[in-house]
Design a protein around this ligand. Sequence first.
Ligand code: 0A1
Ligand code: ZN
Length: 879
Amino acid sequence: MRTNQPQTVYLSEYRVPAYLVDHVDLRFELFEEGARVHSTLAVRRNPESADTSGRLELDGDSLVLEGLQLDGRDLEPGQYENQGDRLVIPEVPEQFGLTVVTWIEPQNNTRLEGLYKSSGMFCTQCEAEGFRCITFFPDRPDVMARFRTRIEADRAGYPVLLSNGNDVERGELEGGRHFVTWEDPFPKPCYLFALVAGDLVEKRDSFRTCTGREIDLRMYVEPRNADKCDHAMDSLKRSMRWDEAIYGREYDLDIFMIVAVDDFNMGAMENKGLNIFNSSCVLASQDTATDATFQRIEAIVAHEYFHNWSGNRVTCRDWFQLSLKEGFTVFRDSQFSADMGSTTVKRIEDVTLLRTAQFAEDGGPMAHPVRPSFYMEISNFYTLTIYEKGAEVVRMIHTLLGPDLFRKGSDLYFERHDGQAVTTDDFVKAMEDASGRDLTRFRRWYEQAGTPVVTVRDEYDEARQVYRLDIRQTVPDTPGQTGKQPQHIPFALGLLGTDGQPLALKLVGDDALPAEQRVLELTEASHSFEFEGVAARPVPSLLRDFSAPVRVDYPWTREQLLFLMSHDPDGFNRWDAGQRLAVDVIESLVDAGEDAEIEPRLVSAYRHLLTDEGLDQALVAKMLQLPSEAYLIELAAAPRVQQIYRARTRVMDHLAAALREELLACYHRNNGGAEYRLTSDDIARRTLRNTALGWLLQIGDAEGRELALRQYHDADNMTDRLGALRALVNSDYHEDREQVLDAFYQRWQDDPQVVELWFSVQSGSTRGNLEQVRALMEHAAFDWKNPNKVRSVIGVFAGQNLAAFHAEDGSGYRFLAEQVRHLDASNPQIAARLATPLTRWRKFASVHGEQMKAALETIRDREGLSRDVYEVVHKSLAG
Ligand code: 0A1
Ligand code: ZN
């Protein structure tokens, strides 16, 4: 907490550390009243530093300093300065041992950074700057040390004591206490340090690596969760195998551990050999987790595991390089998920998130490049831009180089930089060196914020049988960045003939063999491409597979979109054509009267999707989802949320009514009754039947209601049970809604993950209002200290229940501001994230924008605002 203005940190001010730490010896004495941390560092001057002042500076946060010794001798008060957030020793030798003793209070740590308690266990979260909440230390990722950690605690309360690496010693202590010592042979930055102490059950498995080493795999969870580990364990083994096969990466320690904790700010953390997970991202059983949760768990387990190479063995030089590890690792986990399920569906899901949320971020006040050049609070930069856009940037390199050269590049990167802390530029350089390609202009993707707009116009010359595409790109201004340069964009496309068949593409003056798809490389502000031998005006299929994170501006007609929906060989673009058509239809209704006609061809297109069983059902399940309100809002220049909401609802009602028979048939056809399996086929079936159910209840269909009630009671898995619950909650059957919600809570009240689902179904329901959300916050299961509960009630309301959040009277905005102010006192990271919807006030038309701004100002005026919230609020109000 602070009242003075937080400092900005600049990339341009990066200097190598003046001192290096070769070894860290930690001893934790854990008690109920607090913890004492003894830390002994082997320090030496960095020969590469220009700083020869002899001054050592260590970072700290909320620490009580109990002891300080240099080479075994106590330092006198005049020999050091404890500034609270910094410990300065003005004169130190070239090489020395430093012992620091600190006292901390994990039981009172509500920020969930550093060492804290969750459901009675001790655990840590040190990324990005949490280690300084444990002891004074050079808390920066380019200081890499070997850690030895001894943990001492009461044996009865904390039988399990874990840290990174291998356990090398254990024993009994006086007073019923015991200790375990862990040693991690790999030098690592302190943000990868982890400690866990608790009464946990252990699940064991093993994995034989490609060179025949046997790795001990262990999961630690609270006893009540013992039956929810199998999926994560299987996902882990699949990830390990996949990383060997696709990237040639073998696991390096003899043991790999996963721990589940209930209170966690993010999804999970890749601490070396000891990954710590938010319970909701790792625990699953058929009864308690939905298909989406199973898939998310597989992806996050993979993500954290993949970090062992992309992040841990090769780490970031400074936090401006965060996307070095995050963008690359998200790219890797999305490749993995694609390989485990449906490639097209995975692509659709990734692009939906990117276009809905990352594009909004890139167009808002917190817009920043994939490699930012300044920040106030690094926790605010764990963003969709760093993660998702960062992954798209790596993906474009993959597209430009092709899989083989990309693999050559990643091999070179891992080999060249193993054990180092490096930059995004080192990554690009490795890709360049391995492939011989020049990525100079490509680097702008890392430097320029904002979503490029690619404008495409076409002309067909019948006499010459030539089809010409004129393509221009512009990168919009973002806060603090104007006058941007063209970026290197891989633009995949195909052309379809009037018969729906792909044309062989032959560029005028290019002697490459004709192919049905090409990746054009856009490097200038504008280009023209002429295709020859084109017998009739074709329909272009642009930016196939979403080959670059850009907006495409092309004047599609509805005929063209319908044509692409049924003929494009690119599954992603078939889906995208359907989305564009639906967006066009909904947008055209926003300003039209209540009786305006709804495009009849949309109905027939949806009918075709519902009835043609020859189509890929996983793709159909995706195509049946209308574009979300959030996406429609993102696309609009000055969105009027209520009108958008009504137009979208009208289209849904209309489609559901017109297609009632088809929806019922689709429901019954996919009501398998077979054993629950997680194949993409079965997932598609469940998605289809639950979508059909949702639509039927949307129009209050009586038969749909019967089906939903029956499904709710008969379901043998959470996907179907929640599907039925959600359909009823979003219907006008109020009594059923209340009854089923009660029954659900009674049945699952002891399972926090299921209660979170129960919360979010209600707070996200368009039938729900602010009063109901306030009531949820009064519910016994709501807990301000648990980020998952805060997210599932307040976050879901502001992020998904958009008609209620943007209520005309501004009550949604005032509500959110009130919650942000409240939460900032205990958990600034979550408070800052929660504030995001308000920070986008400039995008909204007059009254709404003003109301949002006023709400934001009430946050700004809070006394003792955290650095986290200060940064997002001030950036949003600036200019
Ligand atoms: N590195 C983790 C995510 C993570 C980031 C920050 C945290 O605290 C501020 C916690 C976790 C990942 O990418 O999975
Ligand atoms: Zn990550």
